[in-house]
Design a protein around this ligand. Structure first.
Ligand code: IPE
Ligand code: IPE
Ligand code: MG
Length: 248
């Protein structure tokens, strides 16, 4: 019931965010090491990005590495950083062919130099593309982002460049790393975990959540369409009652 013929192509979410989880457990189920799972995870990213672009999703945000992920074993962290550098180099041509603009959110300055350089290069080389924006959350945590926002606003107050009354929802959103990105309408998490893991806490205030049990390397076009189908069959009430939305 959730093939392309059943979703409304005129009501596709503008922004979908994904917590790509389960690479390690998927690898284990195949008798492989965790890095093998992450490598397969990149294939799932490629397929999902293509499908999202075809459906005319405008922003796809992928949680690729959290601030907490630094605490994993050293080999895994190094493997992930190498995979990032290699994937950016390998995928750049396809990103450009498909009109993908790359952006990154998170504490980018805290990434190894090589990662920062590859990211910067890919961001510059894709900056004029207009089909879809792929936002990679790297060394990202929402509490870090909120801390930075509070510091920045406090500095502006201290310098008297803004007054207390000027602090509102809009100013706060402007001070987050997502300032140029609309809030996601849909958040997907794979692997059967039902948590947010320090991702986009402010931005998901009214987001619809979609959890599925499969591991990230098993995710692709079919599952993306199913998630959108599910999303399209919900009523987003934003605090109102159903009758108000139906204009009764
Ligand atoms: C998600 O898969 C990728 C990252 C967090 C980098 P995991 O590596 O968390 O895989 P599981 O959850 O341990 O199976
Ligand atoms: C969340 O996955 C972070 C990413 C997908 C990058 P984790 O696997 O790190 O989350 P927890 O630790 O299970 O909450
Ligand atoms: Mg995990």
């Amino acid at each position: 019931m959730s093939d392309l013929n059943h979703i409304d192509l005129k009501a596709i979410p503008e922004h979908i965010a994904i917590i790509m989880d389960g690479n390690g457990r998927w690898a284990k189920s195949q008798g492989q090491d965790r890095i093998f799972g992450h490598t397969k995870g990149v294939d799932a990213v490629r397929e999902t990005l293509r499908a999202a672009a075809d459906l005319k999703v405008k922003f796809l945000t992928l949680y690729a590495f959290s601030t907490e992920n630094w605490n994993r074993p050293k080999e895994e962290v190094e493997g992930l950083m190498n995979l990032l550098v290699m994937s950016l180099a390998n995928e750049l041509e396809e990103l450009n062919e498909n009109g993908v603009r790359l952006q990154a959110i998170g504490n980018i300055k805290g990434l190894p130099k090589e990662c920062q350089e590859s990211l910067e290069e890919a961001i510059i080389q894709t900056r004029n593309n207009t089909s879809i924006t792929l936002v990679l959350a790297l060394n990202y945590s929402s509490k870090w982002e909120i801390e930075e926002m509070v510091k920045s606003i406090a500095k502006q107050i201290k310098k008297d460049s803004i007054s207390l009354d000027e602090i509102d929802e809009n100013l706060i959103s402007e001070e987050l790393t997502t300032k140029e990105i609309p809030d996601p309408e849909l958040l997907i998490r794979t692997s059967g975990e039902h948590r947010v893991s320090n991702f986009l806490l402010w931005q998901i205030a009214y987001t619809e959540f979609y959890f599925l049990d499969i591991f990230w390397p098993e995710f692709g076009k079919k599952q993306l369409i199913e998630a959108i189908y599910d999303y399209q069959n919900r009523e987003r009430r934003f605090g109102l009652v159903s009758e108000q939305l139906k204009g009764a």
